[in-house]
Write a protein that binds this ligand. Structure first.
Ligand SMILES: Nc1nc2c(ncn2[C@@H]2O[C@H](COP(=O)(O)OP(=O)(O)OP(=O)(O)O)[C@@H](O)[C@H]2O)c(=O)[nH]1
Ligand SMILES: [Mg+2]
Length: 427
């Protein structure tokens, strides 16, 4: 089977100019993140133009006036690629490029796929990234007989092995089929490994969380894994598993790919099976950057985990505490650490042991809004797995330590509905 991707690497650093749509005023962090994405892809940030969007132009997303302005602004400047910091349809990409005198235009998903292509090291990682790229590119093929039209080389055109796509739909379809089969075989092998681990009663702990929060650094502190650590997004793409022990109790620790808000679903799908097996663990350490926007990190992580059917107990680990300005707003019950200075690592180990020694029981609780103050006292002691906000109160799937089980009983879903029934009857 011929490899449909051919090599094409940008010879010099590619300068990337951001076209930032402003939809609801919430763009500052997304913009900052785009600059990190550019750097992680090996590009250089060249500037930004912002455009407040009141109505999306279906042809070009942003208005034609803004594009004309940008075209003038960039006139005469070579080696500048425009990054649209959002997702574009194939025709929007082409139309924007046409409005910018044929300049290369990429969207956020293409940029992220490029970083993944650059950083995937293992055979499986490369297959997953290539699958995600091909699935993203496939509907974007245009022109005669579906020949792929791409603008230049460099960022956005790299595949595993630094390659450029230049082929037709039929070849891509065949390649997707071939890679999917390979991915399935790898999945089977992994499932056998997981089954073996279960049989040996090995206890597994997974490091999960937003990208660049220090998961790999913590992996290195807890084990002698010597995994790659870098101040960039998606430094880790391949799952690493290592043995480690706490006070003689053996565990297997896994380090995984980090999450990002609005991570292209092609990527989540491509990494789904690796991620699912990593998070099918006895305990997850949800690593956050305590010096960053940890609320957003926790929300993104929990949303992604939920989409992956995650149902294991977890601990929130606030890393980079050496840089955190204020710890008072951290979530209750989190563990504060610094993987860099070693602060809090002993406490983390203690909490890991504790979560394995406490027998946790799963239950669904219902907390009417009026009874929140009463519930808040219990909240610190239990692990909330999933919260649904209903009209009448919170529906919570939780893991409850044995000794708190009785105290939580008034909130058990069945007891609550019984109580309501009795109240109704009494009325
Ligand atoms: N100040 C400080 N920096 C840290 C700490 N832990 C990690 N870092 C830095 O944060 C950056 C990211 O660390 P990584 O361990 O690669 O983060 P990661 O979560 O594995 O990132 P990805 O694999 O890219 O998702 C590196 O520059 C680390 O040196 C910490 O406790 N304090
Ligand atoms: Mg990492």
């Amino acid at each position: 089977m011929p490899y449909p991707l051919q090599s094409s690497v940008a010879k010099e650093t590619e300068n990337i100019f951001i076209l930032q749509p402003v939809l609801d005023g919430q763009y500052a962090d997304l913009h900052k993140e785009a600059v990190s994405l550019i750097e992680s892809a090996g590009g250089a940030y060249a500037g930004t133009v912002y455009q407040t969007i009141r109505e999306i132009n279906p042809a070009t997303f942003v208005g034609s006036g803004k594009l004309a302005e940008l075209n003038d602004m960039l006139e005469g400047l070579e080696n500048i690629t425009v990054l649209f910091n959002g997702e574009l349809s194939p025709s929007q990409t082409l139309n924007i490029s046409a409005a910018l005198s044929g300049r290369k235009v990429i969207d956020r998903t293409t940029l992220i796929l490029d970083i993944f292509a650059k950083n995937a090291l293992s055979g499986e990682g490369k297959i997953q990234v290539e699958l995600a790229q091909l699935r993203y590119i496939y509907p974007r093929l245009k022109g005669e007989g579906g020949k792929l039209s791409r603008l230049g080389g460099g960022i956005g055109t790299r595949g595993p092995g630094e390659t450029q796509l230049e082929t037709d739909r039929r070849l891509i379809r065949r390649r997707i089929r071939f890679l999917s089969q390979k991915a399935d075989e790898m999945k089977k092998r992994r499932m056998q490994q997981t089954a073996r681990r279960r049989k040996n009663n090995a206890r597994t702990i997974a490091l999960v969380g937003y990208t660049n929060t220090g998961k790999s650094t913590l992996m290195n502190v807890l084990t002698d894994a010597n995994v790659y650590v870098q101040d960039q997004l998606f430094a880790t793409l391949d799952t690493t598993a290592r043995n480690f022990s706490v006070d003689g109790a053996p565990f297997i620790l896994t380090d995984t790919v980090g999450f990002l808000r609005e991570l292209p679903h092609h990527l989540v799908d491509a990494f789904r099976s690796t991620l699912e097996s990593a998070i099918d663990c006895d305990l997850a350490l949800i690593v956050c950057d305590g010096s960053g926007d940890y609320d957003m990190q926790i929300k993104t992580t929990m949303d992604t985990l939920r989409a992956l059917n995650f149902s294991s107990p977890y601990l929130i680990v606030m890393n980079k505490c050496d840089k955190a300005a204020d710890r008072t707003l951290f979530p209750a019950d989190c563990v504060c650490i610094s993987a860099k200075t070693g602060e809090g690592i002993d406490e983390l180990k203690r909490r890991i042991l504790q979560s394995f020694s406490e027998k946790l029981r799963a239950a669904t609780l219902f907390v009417p809004y009026a009874r929140m103050p009463e519930y808040d006292r219990l909240r610190r002691r239990i692990t909330e797995k999933k919260i649904d906000y209903t009209d009448e109160g919170l529906m919570i799937d939780a893991f409850i330590p044995e000794e708190e089980y009785a105290a939580c009983k008034p909130f058990f879903l069945s007891d609550e509905s019984k109580r309501k029934e009795t109240e109704k009857k009494e009325k």
